[in-house]
Design a binder for this molecule. Structure first.
Ligand code: NAP
Length: 349
């Protein structure tokens, strides 16, 4: 059935940045069966379609979007047991953190470190969300998608999702699929994952932390960095990490260390390349936490988050983002790549 389509809907209140213009057409999707008719409607009208989840990783152009925005509001978490695995099929419109909370309450391990990440479950596999050494790719069993071209629904098994670091097939081909649901396989009564030193030190007092302890520790760490949505937080209007951590060759990392005049945070990857910390590069390019450029700035709690302080525009935010990119490039010769999705505009290259 075709969902109710409304006109000229402001998108800023539907994003965590609180920026951007209106959607020419907009519909809430309450049932997965509404997606195909909505896509067909847009095709007849010759309008592009954008799929909106929680709006937590999204930058909308001040001019808005001339197409149809479909906001995924589908609900449902179906749990089952399969041997040592606790399985859950989650509809795309579910809030990701509700899924984590229920998994932890059911003592199912594998996503406890992904606590507090804002946004919808449907968006989670698209950018392969990750935190503290866990990522959704390692527990994802399949994604149910609707092919935009054929309007057919089908399953993509985990091995065919093309996962990479904050990357997937769905991210690389944004106009090809709509994610309808995701199926996760979690370890029934499995141990929590504590891989990062920062998390381990918060949990140091507990000999055998439970999944719930790890969730609480992650939430506390994220809160300290303004990475949990909180109405009272002055850094709350952001899209989380604005840039991804660069992955470079070992030789390039050595070169950057030489430019920095000493050691830099670097994390070797299994393929021999090295992951660098984008936040560290930003701060060491001379842009401190709390830096302001008019109505936008760098979060006072985290150098990787760009914050809208109110009364600004997307143009202001992009000016700041380009200033950050240029500063890091001039200091270290590395071009940061943004993490959010852009709607109605393209990131200048
Ligand atoms: P941080 O502690 O300031 O560290 C900077 C970066 O160093 C992190 O982004 C992390 O990369 C990397 N790192 C630190 N310890 C590591 C280790 N033992 N092994 C490998 N890499 C290590 O990081 P942060 O920005 O506050 O973030 C903390 C965690 O939350 C990170 O894992 C981050 O990715 C995650 N987070 C994720 C999202 C998202 O999915 N959009 C948003 C906010 C924060 P990684 O990012 O690869 O882990």
């Amino acid at each position: 059935m075709l969902p109710v389509i409304v006109e000229n809907v402001p998108l800023a209140p539907l994003t965590t940045l609180g920026l951007g213009g209106t959607a020419r057409f907009f519909a809430d999707i309450a049932d997965a069966a509404e997606v195909a008719p909505a896509l067909a409607w847009a095709r007849d009208m010759n309008r592009p379609v954008f799929i909106l989840g929680g709006g937590s990783n999204l930058v909308v152009a001040d001019e808005g979007f001339a197409g149809l925005v479909l906001r995924m509001r589908t609900r449902g978490r179906r749990w089952s047991e399969d041997g040592a695995e606790t399985r859950v099929q989650v509809e795309a419109g579910e809030a990701w953190d509700d899924v984590v909370a229920e998994a932890v309450a059911r003592n199912a391990a594998g996503i406890e470190c992904l606590s507090g990440i804002p946004g919808g479950a449907g968006a989670a596999p698209v950018q392969n969300i990750g935190a503290y050494g866990q990522e959704i790719a390692s527990v994802l069993r399949r994604v149910r998608v609707l092919e935009r071209e054929s309007l057919e629904a089908r399953d993509i098994e985990a091995g065919a999702c093309g996962f990479g670091y904050r990357d997937s097939l769905c991210k690389r081909e944004p106009d090809r699929f709509v994610v309808l649901s995701v199926t996760l396989g979690l370890a029934k009564n499995g141990p929590p994952s504590v891989r990062y030193l920062e998390l381990a030190s918060v949990l140091a007092a507990q000999a055998r932390p439970s999944l719930a302890d790890v969730r609480e520790a992650v939430l506390a760490l994220r809160r300290k960095k303004s990475m949990v949505l909180d109405e009272a937080d002055p850094n709350r209007r952001s899209a989380g990490s604005f840039f991804t951590n660069p992955v470079v060759t070992a030789a390039a990392a050595d070169d950057i260390a030489t430019r920095a005049g000493g050691e830099i945070p670097r994390f070797p990857l299994p393929d021999g390349r090295v992951k660098l910390a984008a936040g560290w590069l930003i701060e060491h390019a001379g842009l401190a936490k709390g830096f302001r450029l008019g109505p936008v700035g760098i979060s006072s709690r985290h150098a990787l988050a760009l914050v809208h302080h109110g009364g600004g525009t997307t143009k202001d935010l992009l000016r700041l983002a380009l200033h950050v990119r240029t500063s890091v490039f001039e200091r270290f010769g590395i071009s940061l790549v943004p993490e959010p999705v852009f709607l109605g505009l393209t990131w200048p290259v």
